[in-house]
Design a protein around this ligand. Structure first.
Ligand SMILES: *[C@@H]1O[C@H](CO)[C@@H](O)[C@H](O)[C@H]1NC(C)=O
Ligand SMILES: *[C@@H]1O[C@H](CO)[C@@H](O)[C@H](O)[C@H]1NC(C)=O
Length: 474
């Protein structure tokens, strides 16, 4: 693919008809796709080949001199909601900002290579992903007219924001490119890698405990484990029929049940309610019903509510998570590659030697996940991934970095991979930086659009972040 333009408009007609007066009065719809040319490898590999990276712009609130709010959806395809319906939208409105969201390499329509084979994924490095965003910001500062549909003043100040993995990107961008990025809003950023991320399961348990059903869910899980570990196919089939799940192997059944029972764990908690309560815990309230029967009822109801077909359940349960498909657009495959080669974070049950109660089957263990790494991406992938080295490089580098706003929810299932862990804040304070624990909130709740039903704690966190951003900009 050799495209010689610096960028391409998806709707060329809109560009041609856009003179300065028209542009100023009506910026193009934020769903308009824009593309910037990037090298496949910013560090000299790939023979200088290039690809097109997609981004979207909401220029409605921009006034000359205002900042640029850059975000990336990380592992999700770009969507106008990242610039139209996020907390940054209201922040841009109040600070005359321009909103941009840039797709992350290998996700959505932003693909450096023609497929997702193990060999093609070798350019999926953190260094390359960050260099893509840096290249965009450099152009946006130097020659804004080459990337934006409206006139933008050169050298605009840039605030980078994101939630979950893209929160990592935000913090890393500030750490690595402080001259390009003035500050970062890193919501529920999963910056601390854990090879065996059984803390994920424990965080889920804390949320269940707050809702009053942790004990019985854990009991049900261990009862079902007796069946899964029995190697008795009659009992396995009976269990599957009772739970309404397909006839998978014992370990794939275990993985499927873990995925289903945690579906509501990332739903925002609001003044109106908590879906994990209504969707899971409500089934365990009646103690005359056996724990396993309550578990089965909760699973059947979730399958129905989420509209999951048997085919979808087979895919979710497959320990390879549908990662066999090398075609573009396979989010699970790309994310799995990142787990295999960057940060691990395998969401396993607490290993037996920890003596901790778990909320997923013992069969959801390291072998369940790690075997896929060399099998699906190439025998050269070392197992296990060196998470200590990853943390030395990509967590330690955040130490002392100024102008980063970290948030994390007390009920966030990813909490112990963020900086606001259940055992305290794990980054020392730095100038212009702040870490806020949002009481009662789940994953990246502060990044959502502002609603009247938002928890007071979420609103307070946003105000602290807003004040900090204004301080950076002042
Ligand atoms: C930008 O976002 C605002 C808030 O959602 C929306 O009203 C506006 O239409 C968007 N701008 C464009 C050009 O789509
Ligand atoms: C398997 O379980 C069934 C039902 O509990 C039981 O009747 C059968 O004897 C078991 N089979 C073996 C081989 O243990």
């Amino acid at each position: 693919m050799h495209i010689t333009f610096a960028f391409l408009f998806a709707t060329t007609a809109a560009v041609i008809s856009c003179n300065a007066a028209v542009c100023a009065s009506a910026p193009p719809a934020s769903s308009t796709q824009y593309w910037i040319t990037q090298p496949v490898d910013h560090f000299g590999g790939a023979g200088g080949a290039t690809w097109q990276q997609q981004y979207l712009v909401n220029a409605t609130f921009y006034q000359p001199g205002g900042p640029i709010y850059v975000s990336t959806p990380g592992e999700s395809p770009v969507n106008a909601r990242y610039i139209d319906k996020s907390h940054f939208t209201s922040l841009a409105q109040r600070t005359n900002g321009l909103l941009v969201t840039i797709e992350h390499r290998y996700f959505g329509a932003s693909n450096p290579m023609p497929d997702l084979s193990g060999a093609s994924l070798r350019f999926l490095t953190i260094e390359n992903a960050l260099a893509d965003f840096a290249a965009f910001i450099r152009v946006a500062k130097r020659t804004p007219s080459s990337v934006f549909p409206i006139p933008v003043v050169a050298n605009a100040r840039v605030i980078f924001g994101g939630g979950s993995y893209s929160g990592n990107v935000a913090a890393w961008m500030r750490a690595k490119y402080p001259d390009l990025v003035l500050g970062a809003w890193a919501s529920s950023a999963i910056v601390y890698g854990r090879l065996q991320n059984y803390q994920f399961d424990l965080s889920f348990g804390r949320h269940l405990a707050q809702l009053g059903c942790a004990q019985r869910v854990s009991q049900a899980v261990s009862e079902v484990d007796t069946i899964l570990l029995s190697k008795n196919s009659t009992q396995l089939a009976n269990m599957q029929a009772k739970f309404g799940i397909p006839a998978l192997s014992a370990s794939d059944s275990a993985g499927l049940l873990a995925a289903i029972i945690t579906i509501y764990s990332m739903t925002p908690v609001t003044m109106v309610g908590d879906q994990l309560g209504s969707g899971v815990c409500s089934f365990f309230g009646d103690t005359t019903i056996k724990a396993t029967d309550a578990y089965a009822a909760a699973v059947r109801s979730t399958i129905q509510q989420a509209g999951l077909t048997q085919q979808a359940l087979i895919q979710i349960g497959d320990s390879s998570l549908g990662i066999d498909n090398y075609e573009l657009g396979q989010v699970n495959r790309v994310w799995y590659y990142m787990s295999c080669t960057w940060f691990g974070n395998w969401q396993i049950a607490p290993p037996r030697d920890t003596m901790l109660k778990g909320y997923r089957s013992q069969l959801v263990n390291m072998a369940y996940f790690q075997t896929n790494c060399p099998k699906k991406f190439g025998s050269g992938i070392p197992v296990p991934v060196d998470v200590a080295a990853y943390n030395r490089k990509w967590f330690s580098n955040l130490n002392g970095v100024s102008n980063v706003f970290y948030t994390g929810g007390s009920l966030d299932i990813w909490r112990d991979t963020t900086v606001t862990t259940s055992y305290g804040t794990i980054l020392p304070p730095a100038r212009g930086s702040l870490a806020v624990l949002i009481d009662g909130a789940t994953h990246a709740q502060d990044l959502g659009a502002d609603y009247p039903s938002d928890l007071g704690s979420v609103r307070r966190a946003r105000s602290l972040g807003d004040a900090l951003v204004k301080q950076w900009l002042a």
